[in-house]
Design a protein around this ligand. Structure first.
Ligand SMILES: CC(C)(COP(=O)(O)OP(=O)(O)OC[C@H]1O[C@@H](n2cnc3c(N)ncnc32)[C@H](O)[C@@H]1OP(=O)(O)O)[C@@H](O)C(=O)NCCC(=O)NCCS
Length: 435
């Protein structure tokens, strides 16, 4: 690093290209694929499309939030199951919904340090293939059974089991500290910040309409690969299948609250859905990109992670991380040409927007005299977000970086801010630049 915090000349991390699978509702087109399958598909296709020799890649950083029961190191699998040479080192990252932001910032750091010149980063998630666990009693009995020496001992162990011990235990999207699900936590935020149902539905509607318009205008065509659908491979998944062009205020307003059925405001329509999908980016040092004659989509200018107490507002992390990332970029919110805020729930986005604009929040929570400011709605999530496009947890950050850099290019603009809220009350923010 130089004295002003900029990377050494030529060591800026350039995003050369990226790709994602369609994002599809869990249990639909990708129900027979695992996260590793989806990740390998996208990494292979990205490397092939980039036309660089696979031997140029020196590292892979890849993530998955809900672990597969049979794969412990998805990063390395992205090498072993693709055309990348087997001597490419790899590691796995996890930062809940900010996992592929983490993969990208890890690669950017390694590039700045001079430890890497060319990395493939990304994330994959299959909620269709979420591990189903055995109950603790069943698991313990099975271990003891394997050690039992006589038939009598075995029968004794089996006779201890009750029918309820055989019930499968699905993974919970619950915050361990509070016991609340993500949806219940978002419900709490809607109440604390006074976010009415109508505002949430209006935001969700906009997300769907913008994503549908982006598909229709062909803006996603070059960033989404086609995936033949197993087991028969007679169909191809070519588009996100959650986006609803025809949704309306009336349809959204009729949906029943899911997480607080009596008094709640959060519905299937104003939440991100459970989704399968993968994304990957090719990240290089500026120097190497130049040497290979490649024109980057843009660069990572800065990033920051932050956290608050999960018992407070679980999904408010962006409002804490963004000011730090902007300071590190030596820029302000007013300099941003685009802002992309991950949409876990409309209530979470609207709560964060309130905090961005609030002087009281800036003074009390951030110790700053001035708030970050209001985000121009015409610059925010201009091609839709996770509510409409879907949210395969570990793949979302990669999608956001790719989608935003390509949009900056179309608009011939310079700067963008990305934010992601994540489990554990974490927040991530990244500033991207084009030139
Ligand atoms: C909210 C949630 C429980 C809904 O799951 P679900 O019930 O499977 O949702 P569905 O897609 O079946 O939608 C339920 C109904 O709403 C309707 N619906 C959903 N979105 C709609 C929209 N935009 N417009 C109109 N109708 C819509 C569906 O058509 C469906 O109607 P039907 O019952 O008549 O078929 C689930 O998506 C969830 O848990 N999301 C949160 C995920 C999470 O916690 N993420 C972490 C964020 S960090």
């Amino acid at each position: 690093m130089s004295q002003n915090g900029s990377p050494a000349p030529g060591r800026r991390a350039a995003v050369i290209d990226g790709l994602r699978t369609p994002f599809v509702k869990a249990g639909t087109d990708f129900r027979d694929l695992s996260a590793v399958d989806l990740g390998a598909l996208v990494v292979n296709e990205l490397v092939a499309r980039s036309r660089i020799s696979p031997g140029e890649v020196d590292s892979v950083v890849f993530g998955q939030v809900i672990p597969s029961s049979t794969v412990t190191l998805i990063g390395r699998e992205m090498v072993l199951r693709t055309q990348l040479p087997r001597n490419v080192q790899a590691h796995t990252v996890a930062r809940a919904c900010a996992t592929s932001i983490q993969a990208t910032s890890d690669a950017a750091d390694q590039i700045q340090l001079g430890h890497s010149d060319c990395a493939v980063v990304g994330g994959a998630e299959s909620l269709s293939d979420a591990p189903i666990f055995a109950s603790r009693r069943l698991a313990q009995s099975l271990v003891e059974l394997s050690r039992a020496r006589s038939m009598g001992e075995r029968l004794k162990l089996v006779s201890r089991l009750r029918p309820r011990d055989f019930a499968p235990v699905p993974p919970a999207l619950k915050e361990p500290t509070t016991g609340l699900t993500m949806g219940e936590s978002a419900e709490k935020m809607a109440q604390v910040n006074g976010i009415p149902r109508a505002a949430q539905d209006a935001f969700a509607l906009q997300s769907h309409h913008r994503a549908a318009a982006a598909w229709e205008a062909g803006r996603f065509a070059d960033e989404v690969m086609h995936v033949p659908v197993p087991p028969r491979f007679e169909r191809v998944s070519a588009r996100d299948n959650v986006v609803r062009k025809d949704t309306s205020v009336e349809a959204l307003s009729q949906l029943r609250p899911v997480f607080d059925r009596r008094y709640g405001t959060i519905t299937a329509g104003n939440s991100s859905p459970l989704t399968d999908g993968a994304s990957a980016l090719l990240v290089m040092s500026e120097e190497k990109a130049r040497a290979l004659g490649l024109t980057p989509l843009g660069y990572v200018r800065s990033y920051a992670y932050a956290a608050l107490d999960p018992r407070d507002q679980l999904l408010q992390g962006p409002a804490y991380a963004a000011p730090v990332a902007l300071d590190r970029a030596r820029l302000t919110l007013a300099d941003m040409d685009l802002v992309d805020m991950h949409e876990a729930f409309a209530a979470q986005v609207l709560s964060n927007l309130k905090a961005f604009a609030s002087k009281a929040f800036a003074e009390k929570e951030l110790g700053r005299a001035q708030p970050m400011g209001e985000i121009d709605p015409e610059k925010l999530n201009v091609n839709g977000g996770s509510i409409a496009i879907g949210h395969p947890f570990a793949a979302t950050g990669g999608r956001m970086i790719l989608q935003t850099l390509r949009e900056l290019g179309r608009r011939q603009r310079q700067y963008a801010l990305l934010t992601v809220c994540a489990a554990g009350a974490l927040g991530a923010a990244m500033v991207l630049e084009r030139e």
